[in-house]
Design a protein around this ligand. Structure first.
Ligand code: NDP
Length: 292
């Protein structure tokens, strides 16, 4: 079997176009422009790239982008004061604090200072609780993008065996909650899981979110399974720097029914979902029907 390639780049472009369309209608019919504030503390190069890309795509869909770049020594008090200001600014519908924060800042404290209604990353403890109890939440962008691709692929996921490898708060755990919400039978695997190959071999759906280059070989994949590779790993190969996922793409593609490539799979969907979440937050803030 040769797997169908799930084109995250094309899917993300479609999602962004839908968001842009709805933003245009919001402006025309209600005079409202959604606004996303992104806060970057310090000079982490990868974070700078993400923040630039988020800002650019925010503007491209017709939203207002507010970038706040603070130096690496910013105090917790100053950062919390900025968040308070953004919480109270009616032009700002979404607030994202780029992680990781410099070591002297308490990430939990900072994230939980964001108004949950503006927490477009879905990391605030209220949103985590809402998602876990099946209530209307802001859903973390990366797992949301994965779920959208899975639904697009299968329609209903009900009754499918899903294995999520990784239990982080930003990917693994919310991914598992979303799959459970769609009535999958969910296993969460991690570094202490015994017999990982056999656990993965049971799965109709494999979501790999580990951060280890090409860790999942093709012979762990059940014939016809759908493989979603969240990993983004930079490696040196043949004298060149390359991006690879957590799944060995070449061997997995020989057994899977469908697979996301790296790059061009999950990655582009993450920012598209951030924009979709910002639009949702804006509609909720203005008492308007939510986009579908
Ligand atoms: P974390 O480092 O927070 O979590 C990694 C998880 O993998 C942990 O739960 C860890 O287990 C588990 N793990 C580590 N080694 C093994 C192993 N040998 N076998 C099984 N499980 C293992 O990473 P994130 O969740 O933040 O990110 C995961 C990957 O996804 C990274 O490559 C990251 O770059 C990428 N990513 C991509 C995004 C995108 O937009 N496409 C967005 C966010 C992340 P334990 O808990 O036991 O330590």
């Amino acid at each position: 079997m040769v797997a169908q390639v799930i084109d995250g780049k094309a899917f993300a472009a479609k999602v962004r176009a839908q968001v842009a369309d709805k933003v245009a209608k919001l402006k025309e019919e209600h005079g409202i422009t959604p606004g996303l504030a992104v806060v970057l503390v310090g000079e982490d190069p990868a974070s700078q790239v993400y923040v630039r890309s988020k800002g650019k795509q925010t503007v491209e869909v017709g939203m207002n982008s507010y970038e706040h770049k603070l130096d690496a020594e910013t105090s917790e008090q100053d950062l919390l004061a900025l968040i308070d200001k953004l919480n109270n600014d009616p032009a700002v519908h979404g607030i994202l604090v780029q992680l990781p924060l410099p070591k002297h800042l308490n990430e939990d404290l900072v994230i939980n200072a964001i108004n949950p209604a503006k927490d477009v990353d879905g990391f605030h403890i209220s949103n985590v609780g809402l998602l876990a109890t099946g209530q209307k939440a802001m859903v973390p962008c990366t797992p949301l993008g994965c779920l959208m691709m899975l639904r697009d692929q299968h329609g209903s996921l009900s009754g499918m065996d899903a294995v999520v490898i990784g239990r982080s708060n930003i990917v693994g755990k919310p991914m598992a909650q979303l799959l459970l919400g769609d009535s999958c039978t969910v296993t969460i695997a991690h570094s202490r899981t015994r017999n990982l190959p056999d656990v993965v071999r049971r799965a109709d759906i494999v979501v790999a979110a580990v951060g280890r280059p090409e860790m999942v070989p093709g012979d762990w994949i059940k014939e016809g399974a759908t493989v979603i590779d969240v990993g983004i790993n930079r490696i040196e190969r043949d004298g060149k720097t390359r991006l690879v996922g957590d799944v060995d793409y070449a061997s997995a593609a020989e057994r899977a029914g469908a697979i996301t490539p790296v790059p061009g799979g999950v990655g582009p969907m993450t920012i598209a979902c951030l924009l979709a979440n910002t639009l949702t937050a804006c509609c909720r803030a203005n008492g308007l029907p939510e986009p579908e």
